[in-house]
Design a protein around this ligand. Structure first.
Ligand SMILES: NC(=O)c1ccc[n+]([C@@H]2O[C@H](COP(=O)([O-])OP(=O)(O)OC[C@H]3O[C@@H](n4cnc5c(N)ncnc54)[C@H](OP(=O)(O)O)[C@@H]3O)[C@@H](O)[C@H]2O)c1
Length: 386
């Protein structure tokens, strides 16, 4: 593994955001007291001028990494395509950094787990991808806003998640989607890696399991994209954290794990121990095996939704005792704001294991799949010589 950075890195590319552009609330028209007419007119003129300038400089075409068919990393090819149009509620983001995650790999290969195998194809395209430009996490700069946009202005640095389209020089997203002002202390790459694992860990540990301070949390697959964030979030919630992974004990301790178990050497279910929460990021139906090390009020959470775990969810809800919980974490702007605050506070960040320019996006996919790095895989869209 080639870890390059951890936690908040200064943003070398960002201009210091002005008060008007750094706060979503202050960017909109619904401030508590209306601005004076002259000031309002001046602000409007300034925004219009910035918009005209940015629109004129945004070309009609762009480079994007596409997969027109499902398959291995080789199906990803970087081409010139039309730049997305911007609707009245959209912002156009000049993407600076994106990531390649297990989620992107699944969409590229149409490799959907468990009960999602059929639904996934219906969603993404039965025979070929309905949206061939991949990429679900991004950080970049707003270069154009639709006429009705109120949360963002041209020049804002933003980050977020989307279902597709981030492996491209430009991305159009609705302002109501999962997009937020970038954490002030982070660079584009460090911001782009937050939404995937960070958002998932928040949904599962804080919202679904409602982890409380002092509880014992065990993360299975702690060295993975979700696991690394889960260790940090569990620690932030005040839990005692046990990380189960194949190696990288030192990294796990640095992220906040109190204890590390190497799954090659030890089966944690053989311990005479009890955990309040087990977050399982690995594939398979494990509830029956793991429940014996859960407390009576314990919660087993899996990212891998299968028919069996759906039945176990229902049965454990009715029967009492340790609960089984599964689900899918969707992006949300509010959650991004929380992740940004945690990153700015130095509580949350990720290791970057590999960086690739956009034209080598297929290599980024191969790196994720073949090297199985214990760190995020970043695509540098700007500064990576497209
Ligand atoms: N439901 C949702 O909303 C949601 C959201 C995000 C992701 N996901 C899914 O969650 C899964 C994990 O995603 P990810 O990005 O974290 O994957 P990842 O980066 O590939 O991480 C998986 C980790 O699990 C470790 N591992 C493998 N077998 C293990 C075992 N028996 N015990 C402990 N650790 C083990 C691996 O470590 P070694 O390399 O050392 O073996 C690896 O670091 C994927 O299937 C993804 O599609 C679901």
């Amino acid at each position: 593994m080639h870890a390059q950075n951890l936690n908040a890195a200064q943003n070398p590319n960002s201009t210091s955001p002005s008060p008007a552009s750094s706060s979503p609330a202050s960017a909109g028209p619904t401030t508590a007291s209306p601005p004076e007419p002259a000031l309002a007119a001046r602000n409007l003129h300034r925004v219009e001028t910035r918009q005209r300038a940015a629109t004129a400089s945004a070309p009609k075409t762009m480079h994007a990494a596409k997969n027109d068919s499902y398959g291995g990393p080789h199906v990803v090819v970087t081409r010139e395509v039309e730049r997305p149009e911007v609707g009245p509620h959209d912002v156009l983001v000049r993407v600076h950094a994106s990531t390649v995650t297990q989620g992107d790999r699944r969409l590229r290969a149409a490799d959907y787990p468990g009960v999602l195998s059929v639904l996934g194809r219906l969603f993404s395209g039965v025979f070929r991808p309905r949206h061939p430009i991949g990429g679900s996490n991004f950080a970049g700069r707003v270069v154009q806003v639709g006429a009705r946009v109120t949360r963002f202005a041209v020049g804002d640095d933003v980050f977020g998640s989307t279902m597709h389209g981030a492996h491209a020089e430009y991305l159009a997203v609705a302002e109501s989607d999962s997009v937020a002002i970038m954490p002030a202390r982070l660079g584009y790459a460090a911001a782009a890696v937050l939404p995937y694992g960070g958002g998932t860990a928040l949904v599962f540990l804080r919202d679904m399991a409602q982890v409380r301070a002092g509880e014992r949390v065990l993360v299975v697959g702690a060295s993975g994209g979700v696991g690394r964030m889960a260790v940090q979030i569990a620690r932030h919630l005040g839990a005692h954290v046990t990380a189960v992974c194949g190696s990288d004990a030192e990294l796990m301790h640095r992220l906040g794990a109190d204890e590390v178990i190497d799954y090659h050497c030890e089966d944690f279910t053989a311990r005479r121990a009890q955990w309040d929460v087990i977050l399982d990021t690995t594939e398979g139906d494990h509830f029956r095996k793991f429940r014996k090390v859960l407390s009576d009020t314990g919660r087993y959470l899996t990212l891998y939704v299968t028919p069996r775990v759906l039945l176990e969810m229902l049965a454990t809800k009715l029967r009492g005792g340790p609960r089984a919980l599964a689900g899918v974490a969707l992006g949300s702007a509010e959650r991004l704001v929380e992740l940004g605050k945690l990153a700015d506070a130095g509580v949350l960040g990720d290791v970057i294991a590999g960086r690739f320019p956009l034209r080598r996006a297929h290599e980024a996919h191969a790196f994720l799949e073949q090297v199985r790095p214990h760190g995020s895989v970043v695509i540098d869209v700007v500064g990576g010589s497209v």
